[in-house]
Design a protein around this ligand. Structure first.
Ligand SMILES: [Zn+2]
Length: 149
């Protein structure tokens, strides 16, 4: 593949600009995978992957400031050691950044009293006084406070 003349060269990216790799995730459900040899599940995964990559390419192909990488990685929530949990309040998928193998693409969650809470429910628990604020606790309300002169 020829380099896109509109994108900065490797030398330019090393010297002048900072590349930013943004990732996002989708989560979908298939039956019987990966614990059984399930051809239908594999076809569903391939089809979803192709559709997801096409959507990303289509969204950014007309803007030369973006370079679509095209890499795909898979994680299987629920497998032992996957570090993927659900919020006990709302069911949001999350990962625990304080545990090994955090899952990029999921929001951070917090283990509180034996159950996981998503960012929003953790903040609500702190703001309502149910749990003490951890060191360095920050909320969006802190952003509105003007700096002292
Ligand atoms: Zn939640």
């Amino acid at each position: 593949m020829e380099p896109d003349p509109n994108l900065p060269s490797i030398a330019e990216t090393d010297a002048l600009v900072t590349p930013v790799l943004a990732t996002t995730s989708i989560l979908f459900y298939v039956r019987g995978f990966p614990y059984t040899d399930n051809e239908e599940a594999c076809q569903i995964i391939d089809a979803v992957t192709e559709r997801f990559q096409a959507a990303v390419r289509e969204a950014f192909e007309r803007d030369s400031t973006f370079e679509v990488i095209g890499a795909v990685s898979y994680r299987y929530p629920g497998e032992e050691g996957s570090n993927v949990y659900r919020c006990a309040r709302c069911g949001q998928w999350l990962t625990d950044d304080n545990q090994p193998n955090p899952c990029d693409g999921l929001m951070s969650g917090y283990l509180v009293g034996g159950e996981y809470l998503c960012d929003q429910h953790f903040e609500l628990a702190v703001m309502s006084g149910l749990i003490p604020p951890p060191e360095g606790f920050w909320t969006s309300a802190d952003e509105d406070v003007p700096d002292a002169l």
